[in-house]
Design a protein around this ligand. Structure first.
Ligand code: 13P
Length: 341
């Protein structure tokens, strides 16, 4: 393992002013997104949609540091025969790949999940590296509810995340470690803080046990945020202050970067929260975005599956990418959104 090179890639994807486009929706998830805009989820439509994003010159060259791909996409060619992964490389962004294979029910733990996909992972990583992937992603899911999460679910998922991360580093691929605490419940921000703190502490304990080099990884966490169904929604400043406090307490400074998931926040909330965190002063790690929905909802709507809307889709994507790029330096203002609208 060449740790200097892993560290170089991990640092590159959290460069201030840039962040990651999570375009790694599984076939089931992208179908849900396409259903919402009335587009049939065929292989061709998925290709056309992602080609539109990767050919967005302004976004890709100025605000996007890396792209997370789904297995289908990493092997797909653009309409003119260029591999999609080449479009990403040509823009200057680093290609990455989602390598988990989704979740299954965790035995003896009703309502809880474990992420699967470790079988043959070493072989798959080798193929992805040869194709050009330089980082990977694995998402663990922790739900908050009555009596959950159990310590069992937290431990099992942390163990599996560390197994994945160690295999990645052995294959010269930077692991993006994503323990997602869901924001779907009616819990308040303090409960999210407590659960996320337990999850992060256990995850870093397992990473150490399994000898993962913290200098060669990126963390992809949720923010400390109120559950969507909570009557009391914490304001932007509180989310920023509690998230930074939580991360400082749990994430060693040896980790080069942290890139948030958006998790169901609105586009503008996800941007405002990241921006507010950068207003709190210097941080020990790079801190940026790795958004799926909060970067793609607007371009999906603008495109709606029509070739004549490609320019509109690209301009919607470039706008969101630019807003988040500014937020990653604490330079975003809500008036910039209004001007664009
Ligand atoms: P969201 O930003 O839509 O949560 O997606 C990010 C991601 O990669 C989740 O695994």
């Amino acid at each position: 393992m060449n740790l200097t090179e892993l560290n170089r890639i991990a640092t590159a994807v959290v460069t201030p002013g840039k962040g990651i486009l999570a375009a790694d929706e599984s076939s089931g998830t992208i179908k849900k997104r396409f259903d919402a805009i009335g587009v049939e989820s065929t292989e061709g439509n998925r290709r056309d949609y992602r080609e539109m994003l990767f050919r967005s010159k302004e976004a890709m060259s100025q605000y996007i540091s890396g792209v997370i791909l789904y297995d289908e996409t990493i092997w797909q060619d653009a309409k003119d025969g260029t591999p999609l992964i080449k479009l990403i490389e040509q823009s200057g962004a680093v290609p990455g790949i989602k390598v988990d294979e989704g979740t299954q029910a965790l035995p003896m733990c009703p309502g809880e999940l474990v992420t699967v996909g470790l079988d043959k992972l070493a072989e798959r990583l080798k193929k992805y590296y040869e194709r050009g992937a330089r980082f990977a992603k694995w998402r663990a899911v922790i739900d908050i509810g009555s009596g959950i999460p159990s310590m069992t679910a937290i431990s099992v998922n942390a163990h599996v995340l560390a197994r994945y991360a160690a295999l990645c580093q052995a294959a010269q691929i930077v692991p993006i470690v994503e323990p997602e605490v869901l924001m779907d419940g009616d819990h308040d921000i303090d409960r999210c803080y407590d659960v996320t703190s337990r999850v992060l502490n256990k995850t870093f304990q397992e990473l150490r046990v399994q000898r993962v080099a913290l200098e060669g990884m990126v963390l992809k966490p949720n923010m400390a945020i109120s559950g969507k169904k909570c009557a009391k929604q914490a304001p932007v400043e509180e989310v920023a202050e509690k998230t930074v406090r939580l991360l400082k307490a749990c994430v060693p400074a040896a980790v080069p970067g942290i890139a948030f998931l958006s998790g169901g926040q609105s586009d503008e909330e996800a941007t405002a929260h990241l921006n507010a965190m950068h207003k709190l002063g210097p941080l020990p790690w790079g801190l940026t975005f790795s958004y799926g929905r909060a970067l793609q909802a607007a371009p999906q709507k603008a495109w709606s599956g029509k070739a004549e809307n490609v320019a509109a889709g690209q301009s919607a994507f470039s706008h969101r990418a630019r807003m988040n790029g500014l937020a990653s330096k604490g330079e975003w203002q809500s008036s910039l959104e209004k001007k664009a609208a």
